[in-house]
Design a protein. Structure first.
Ligand code: WTA
Length: 680
């Protein structure tokens, strides 16, 4: 298999870029024709950013799972689609071939149907990084249910809010999830989230950790029992009958040996599981929603970003094949969690749409030691490694010892995502992991974008340390000043906007279209506003400098300051708070909270811990403040607005140069806060 839409030289990139701008409809129709559609489109693109309304491939129908699985079966059936690396290295690897993936996804799609799930229903998925998570995601897509995956680091309260916002009636979860030395009791968190919930009818529970769970009659069912029931329903004689796993027993995939992750000779004789189940691939309109993924913004409540089936499929496959220059047979390892957009697009949908082999890792880079990622690269002969700058910085801190004896020679391409990568980390990655022979792609994009928008293409267009470099074909970035006036010429600096839609642009925020307009399309007329600031060098390369709104990026996780403030303010002793980011060596940004708390019950330290605990309860451990400073007042303007600019300076360590403070109601408060700064 090869990719007719793969760009193979700098000239081809320039040519593709030019065509994509001059004739976007022709360009994308040309790419999209290489996918399986049930009905062709009547119009490639219709859009306006006013409402906003964006329609790609309108009139066309498809099922994304047929593109990600079925169409590969004839040629790649016995090739690994997913190689699963467990949290505990001594546990067996599971290799899921395309045939197996097909069988499992169809089977789980039937489970969903048996439990009453219909097209358009919202299914919340709260699982660890196990292959069953991929089956659940794809099983939803198979029958047209809208999945909403929630990262395992969110609390019961966060889940409850999301369940309510999405009106979710179904949940897929597990008893627990392994994460390094810890076990996260997923089902128990779900039980807490469901207290008072009136919409959820069914919870399907996969057995992973054997953590005790309370199964509620009439609501909760076991994954294994449901799968078995479908197996029994399947037409007799269909292959795979009787293979079903008992609770917590390793399933048949795990029978594959550690070192037989490539296809097994002779196994091709086994035909894939066909029969009635195949009929489950529901015909979806290109613009039907595929999933919701919640993300933080500058207001208090996370937004449910909605992506649609057709455009998202085309974009994730196109960018996967081009950014990473994927070649058939390559092993791709994206270390993200499927709870975030990177996992959706570059562990599941993009790689599978391209018939690739995708490594899925259950654990963390530092367990059992800081050599874990390098062990995985060595063991599975990984060719493409895609990770986050925060992971690189944290591993750098362990020195070179964890690299000793690890064969990284299979690596061809390295990638980063999630935050700006500092030059030091870039060079360490280049020198010690890529051995100076692997191009590094610094991929800039957002949950709302569906896939990479600005990045070099590995080995095709040049990289430049700490620059995401050039836009993908179809992407028209511009820099604007505060008034929205385009900044022309190079070099330049400004707020990063995009002029026209690419196929996987956000379609709406679930249940509240106006919010989508407000957040992304109202700041500057006729532009999509990213919320990021950027520089452009003489050659037109973009360097993303970070958020210009009240959104923090902590270890590559997006967290709204307003959200954290709301959580802190829930603590009974807190009167008011203001949260800002500050530079953090490993996390990129740390969370610094200024808190007004007149009575420190049990002392300062105890109150601090209580506030941290409150945030963990309300949002989740990922939003815990790194520093809490108790203050008697906050720097406010006469109209009551907190001047975060000043607080940011204090958090960064500035002691005197605060700029103009004359508009403050009480300028003396600044000095007091600066004096009391909590030193790192
Ligand atoms: C930041 C993650 C610099 C940026 C895919 C963006 C980056 C936010 C990069 C989106 C990069 C992402 N260089 N900054 N290569 N990639 N960002 O929605 O601030 O979790 O707005 O999507 O991460 O985060 P999100």
């Amino acid at each position: 298999m090869s990719y007719p839409y793969q760009v193979r030289s700098k000239e081809e990139y320039e040519e593709a870029y030019k065509r994509s701008i001059e004739d976007p409809e022709g360009f994308w129709a040309n790419v999209a024709q290489h996918f399986v559609w049930k009905k062709p489109w009547t119009k490639v693109l219709e859009w306006n950013f006013k409402e906003p309304s964006v329609k790609w491939f309108d009139g066309a129908t498809l099922n994304i799972t047929e593109n990600c699985i079925d169409r590969h079966l004839a040629t790649l059936g016995e090739k690994p689609a997913i190689i699963w690396e467990p949290n505990h290295p001594e546990e067996r690897v599971r290799t899921v071939t395309y045939n197996r993936l097909h069988k499992r996804v169809c089977q789980f799609a039937q489970v969903l149907k048996n439990n009453g799930v219909k097209k358009g229903d919202r299914v919340c998925i709260y699982m660890g990084m196990v292959p069953e998570l991929a089956y659940a995601v794809l099983g939803c897509a198979r029958i047209g249910a809208i999945h909403s995956v929630i990262f395992g680091g969110f609390s019961a309260q966060s889940i409850a809010d999301r369940l309510e916002d999405a009106g979710a009636e179904y949940i897929v979860t597990a008893d627990g999830a392994y994460r390094g030395e810890k076990i996260i009791p997923l089902k128990s968190v779900i039980d807490d989230a469901l207290i008072g919930n009136k919409t959820v009818k069914r919870v399907i529970v996969y057995t992973r950790t054997r953590t005790p769970v309370s199964m509620i009659k009439g609501r909760d069912v076991w994954w294994e029992d449901e799968m078995e029931r479908v197996e029994e329903q399947a037409p007799s004689g269909s292959p795979g009958g009787g293979e079903v796993q008992a609770h917590g027993q390793p399933s048949e995939e795990s029978a594959t040996d550690l070192n037989t992750s490539q296809s097994r000779p002779g196994a091709a004789a086994k035909s894939p599981h066909r029969g009635d189940l195949e009929g489950l691939a529901v015909e979806m309109s290109a613009e039907d929603p595929l999933f919701i993924l919640y993300t933080s913004g500058s207001t208090g409540k996370p937004k449910g970003v909605v992506h649609s089936c057709g455009g998202y499929m085309v974009w994730t496959a196109y960018t996967f094949v081009n950014v990473f220059q994927y070649q058939p047979g390559d092993v791709h390892f994206c270390t993200a969690d499927i709870g975030w957009i990177t996992g959706h697009s570059y562990i599941i949908y993009g790689p599978l749409a391209a018939g690739a082999t995708s490594v899925m890792f259950e654990g963390v880079p530092t367990y059992p030691d800081a050599g874990r990622l390098w062990d995985i690269v060595d063991k599975h002969k990984v060719n493409i490694l895609y990770t986050a700058p925060t992971a690189i910085r944290s591993l750098m801190g362990f020195g070179l010892a964890p690299l000793e004896g690890k064969d990284l020679s299979s690596l061809k391409i390295l990638g980063t995502v999630g935050e700006p990568i500092n030059e030091e980390a870039w060079h360490w990655y280049d020198e010690h992991i890529g051995k100076k022979k692997c191009p590094i792609v610094d991929t800039w994009w957002q949950t709302e974008n569906g896939g990479v928008l600005i990045s070099n293409m590995a080995g095709i267009t040049p990289s430049k340390p700490s620059f995401a470099t050039l836009p993908m074909p179809g992407v028209q970035p511009i820099l604007v000043d505060e008034a929205g006036v385009e900044i022309l010429g190079n070099p330049a600096a400004g707020n990063l906007c995009i002029k026209a839609p690419w196929p996987s642009i956000i379609r709406t925020t679930y249940g509240d279209h106006e919010r989508c307009r407000q957040a992304y399309f109202s700041t500057y007329e006729n532009l999509y506003f990213t919320g990021d600031g950027a520089l452009r060098d003489e050659d037109g390369n973009y360097r993303i400098t970070g958020r210009v709104d009240d959104v923090l990026n902590v270890s590559g996780h997006r967290i709204g300051t307003a959200e954290v403030e709301n959580a802190i303010n829930m603590h009974s002793a807190v009167v008011e708070s203001a949260v800002v980011g500050y530079p953090h060596d490993i996390k990129g940004q740390g969370i610094y909270a200024f808190v007004i708390c007149p009575e420190l019950h049990g002392g300062e330290e105890a109150t601090r811990l209580n506030i941290i605990q409150t945030v963990a309860r309300i949002i989740g451990p990922i939003a815990k403040p790194d520093k809490i400073q108790f203050v008697s007042g906050l720097p406010k303007t006469r109209s009551g607005k907190i001047m975060r600019r000043i607080l940011r300076k204090i958090a960064e360590g500035e002691t005197s140069a605060f700029g103009d403070t004359s508009t403050l109601l009480d300028p003396s408060v600044v000095e007091e806060i600066a004096k009391g700064r909590t030193l790192p």
